[in-house]
Write a protein that binds this ligand. Structure first.
Ligand SMILES: Nc1ncnc2c1ncn2[C@@H]1O[C@H](COP(=O)(O)OP(=O)(O)OP(=O)(O)O)[C@@H](O)[C@H]1O
Ligand SMILES: [Mg+2]
Length: 352
């Protein structure tokens, strides 16, 4: 049985409006790090707050470990759910030292053990020598690690983090993704992290849960989700992609489209004949003239620093949206030139 289990959980803030969270089913294994990913207002924070016990579901059931923490008959208060929460703004007490901030969550522990445990978790997050400083004397990344240490101190079953990286600049953000994952793994806790940033989600999680309008769209590992997004929304939310309609051939492995025949990585399991494909820009490779299966005219080139983004008008279908293709920086490609390209089937998939 899964460690955290949400069954048919809904939340209506206003009965006359759409629910903020709509009959959500989710299972999380012990020790797993998962992220709730989705655009603003899709219900991520509400879901997290219902698991924490700060918000009551309108309907449904939530279990943590072997305990039902919410259903029609009961609702355990947050402090009895064995969770540690890291708030977006860290919520450290400004007048207390780092050590006292971490000890705050241990008020039920024996006096002698509180200090020992605080130092142990500060060691875990690499801040033992800062124990006597005030929060204002630490950097943003360090403050965040203190907040994580405070959440971990009482040995919670689950750590919940709402937008943990949003206050950090790009460089620090990358480092903290790595540090936070490492700390959570060492502490061996189950964690649920909320983010609207696909890079955060992919860097830190075993499993990503993509939400839209209160409804789960897909649950998968970062790799599977990127390669096989279930629908157009997920495909587009995870990065640029080309959505092209076509007809599935009888062999269930090829799709005839206006750009030509596109090969799928595997046989699909017999859906309807009319299908939509997601083709990632990095799945298209520019090759020498005449050597590619597809060709078009370069309409626009933008440079990202790591690659160049080409917008290519297809010769086979001039009325179609230009195809987006990522090409290595070293390839010399000019606007107006005709390019020939191939499509790697690994980065093609059928979407709903
Ligand atoms: N206390 C509340 N009262 C009324 N409506 C609320 C309340 N909290 C959230 N909502 C609504 O519920 C929906 C989901 O909100 P939620 O905060 O869960 O979104 P989110 O995915 O965390 O978004 P963001 O990325 O912007 O933080 C939104 O439409 C929001 O306006
Ligand atoms: Mg939120």
């Amino acid at each position: 049985m899964s460690f955290i289990h949400l069954e048919q959980v809904s939340k209506f803030f206003n009965k006359s409006l759409q629910p903020a969270v709509d009959t959500l089913d989710l299972e999380i294994e012990q020790g797993e790090i998962i992220t709730l990913l989705g655009p603003s207002g899709c219900g991520k924070t509400t879901t997290l707050r219902m698991i924490a016990g700060f918000e009551q579901p309108s309907t449904g059931k939530i279990s943590i470990g072997d305990q039902v923490v919410y259903d029609d008959h009961r609702s355990l208060p947050p402090e009895k759910r064995g969770i540690g929460m890291v708030f977006q703004d860290y919520a450290l007490f400004p007048h207390l030292t780092i050590e006292k901030n971490v000890m705050f969550g241990l008020n039920k522990w024996k006096r002698s053990e509180r200090k020992e445990r605080a130092l142990e978790v500060l060691e875990l997050v690499g801040l033992a020598e800062y124990a006597n400083r005030l929060p204002s004397e630490l950097s943003g990344g360090q403050q965040q690690r203190v907040a994580l240490a405070r959440a971990l101190a009482p040995r919670p079953h689950v750590v919940l983090m709402d937008e943990p990286f949003s206050n950090l600049d790009a460089g620090l953000r990358e480092k903290m993704r790595f540090d936070v994952t490492n700390i959570l793994r060492k502490a061996n806790t189950t964690a649920i992290i909320v983010t609207h940033d696909q890079k955060d989600a992919f860097a830190v999680s075993d499993k990503v849960v993509v939400m839209k309008d209160g409804v789960i769209q897909q649950v998968a590992s970062p790799r599977d989700m990127y390669r096989c997004p279930k629908n157009c929304f997920v495909a587009q939310f995870l990065g640029k992609t080309n959505l092209i309609t076509g007809k599935l051939e009888k062999d269930l492995k090829h799709v005839t489209t206006t750009i030509g025949t596109v090969c799928l990585p595997n046989q699909t399991d017999g859906m309807c004949e009319n299908v939509k494909l997601s083709i990632r820009p990095e799945g298209c490779q520019i090759v020498a003239e005449g050597e590619g299966s597809y060709c078009g005219t370069v309409d626009r080139v933008t440079y990202s620093g790591e690659y160049q983004e080409l917008y290519v008008n297809l010769q086979s279908d001039p009325s179609a949206e230009p195809m987006v293709i990522y090409a290595p920086m070293e390839q010399d490609i000019e606007v107006g030139s005709v390019v020939s390209f191939n499509i790697k089937s690994d980065l093609v998939c059928v979407v709903e």
